[in-house]
Design a protein around this ligand. Sequence first.
Ligand code: ACO
Length: 435
Amino acid sequence: MTEQEHNTGEVAMLTIGGRTIELPVVEGTEGDKAIDISELRRQTGYVTLDRGFANTASCSSAITFMDGEKGILRYRGYPVEELAEHSEFVETAYLLINGDLPDHKELNRFRMMLNDNSLVHEDMQRFFQSFPRDSHPMGILSSMVTALRSFYPALIGMPRSEAILLTLTRLLSKVRTMAAMSYKISRGHRVIYPRLDLSYCANFLNMMFDNPVKPYEIDHDKVKALNVFWILHADHEQNCSTAAVRLVGSARVNLYAAISAGMAALWGPLHGGANQAVIEMLEQIQAAGGDFRPFIERAKDKNDPFRLYGFGHRVYKTYDPRARIMKAMCDRLLAKLEIQDPLLDMAKELEEVVLRDSYFADHNLYPNVDFYSGIVLRALGIPTNMFTVMFAIGRLPGWISQWMEDAGDPKWKIYRPRQVYVGPAQRPFVPIHQR
Ligand code: ACO
């Protein structure tokens, strides 16, 4: 059940249309305060207008805390830095979904369930084969997640919590398998099946890169890097795709449909698509001779829609804590693997110049998680068009836990924002021959 915000006893006074009304103030566990306007329209006839929900809390949530001014990110109270250092992705997924860290028995059971549910129905392979070879993997994945509902419908006769546990385990496990399958099929290669003896992350890398001619050697540094990459993406409170999952889920659709909506939102270049956009931007700079200054000037020009991908964030007005961890990991991984990636050198130089530029300082624009994540993924051998898929796999535990929280909220309401109508006033219909 969702923990609820508490009433502080404070009120905000609003005077409008000659009346003054009191709006209660509520507070969360980390001291963030909100004016509860849920009775505003009933009492005054007014709604609030807040484009992009920049100032609106659509729910109370006990999952993830972030402080954009201080650069803090915690899952269920645990700092992301500590999770990245000490946890593995499956354990962090358990934490997000269940609210607490697992003990040995719980973690082993969860791992086993993930392994037991890793296979994808053979008939689904035919779907993969039918997509055009150059389809974007995000389009394929979101369609296939919706299709999972037909192959694995809700289980009748099973207690609800068991059915949900099985559904979410299937999702976590099969989405990873499907992502690797789509890569293999796109290359015209034989699909590699998941193995019972491999961990979640090692299994994924093996399904991606093993082949009958050259068996894949599991590299522990790569497995560790993938764990950290996915932990850093595991949740991020009410961002665009999570809000989409909660909004679509609030209509009481099945989990698969809600997650597929989240994937569609994540695909956008202003959101999860930014990791691909960063690498494409760096490659473009490289192709133009390596001078990034014209790109910086374009990003600052208000008449040019170009933006420096990997910079800026709606909530973080300081360095994104995930970007800090990702950058350090990127350095470590490339050194360990003895990879020289000129894009990493360019990215670091670009960051230095950007951070000294007053435009970016004045706008509080710092590197976000996507700025270095693409370089890590390249080092793992992941092709650029699969970067957002990698983000999506990592975000699954967050989407699932947010969907579950909404579904179990005693104050649940279907999401249904209001609007300020600015279209034509009432006018009579004119038959077509009189127009
Ligand atoms: N390059 C240049 N200028 C920027 C950038 C950027 N990357 N980001 C924001 N700005 C400027 C805007 O032009 C605007 O300037 P103005 O006030 O002078 O008009 C100001 O900063 C505020 O920008 P908004 O778009 O209003 O900020 P918002 O909070 O709505 O957007 C967003 C946040 C979408 C992330 C934005 O910073 C952006 O487009 N960044 C590039 C894309 C990117 O990296 N996305 C990944 C985000 S992290 C994630 O989703 C996982």
